[in-house]
Design a protein around this ligand. Sequence first.
Ligand code: PGA
Length: 224
Amino acid sequence: MIIASQVTLKPDSVLGLATGSTPIGTYDELVELYARGKLDFSEIKTVNLDEYKGLDRENEQSYFYFMKKHLFERVNIPLASVHIPDGTAAEDERECARYEQIIHDLGGIDLQLLGIGHNGHIGFNEPEDVYERKTHCVELSERTIEANKRFFASEEAVPRYAYTMGIGTIMQAKKILLLASGEEKAPIMKQALLGPITPKVPASVLQLHPDVTIVGDEAALSLL
Ligand code: PGA
């Protein structure tokens, strides 16, 4: 497994992590390897792709909460070593600059895990006319709100804004692991990986990265 090898070969790796349904199985496998004494996270550092604006860490819908539940509290990673944008930050620009600085000070991301949205988003980089390079505050697209409302009491409860690493932040990761599962991701996987490189399909930029591994089930990769 790619992440397990990364942790074993470089025990102080900086892992870029993702939320959503797709990586849950990945986190479960890491937890199992840890429980069997095969992995040690004590020196690992993590930076997550994104966080909803307006949700605090205790909010069950926040990505911090998700990460704690699925990974952080199940392995021996010190909480001081995990980083996620602060959804309750008072000033967007300052928070985004702070987050970029953290990634810079850690020496960049060794391995970035990515899911892909139905509209081709990576992190919360939604389809746009231009690529946003750095961590920024983004207005979520209707498609994303629609896809994510299943985790909330109602569609109105889904935050409209989020902080996300930029395309440049993601592209600077040394290695990228793109995960996709399910038939409904097949069309966007084809568009992103075989179509033109355009900010209208944010994940298409990955065609330019020198070290991307794609892991998907048969359904998600069926059109490739
Ligand atoms: P999903 O989300 O894993 O829940 O499909 C992926 C994404 O939106 O990046």
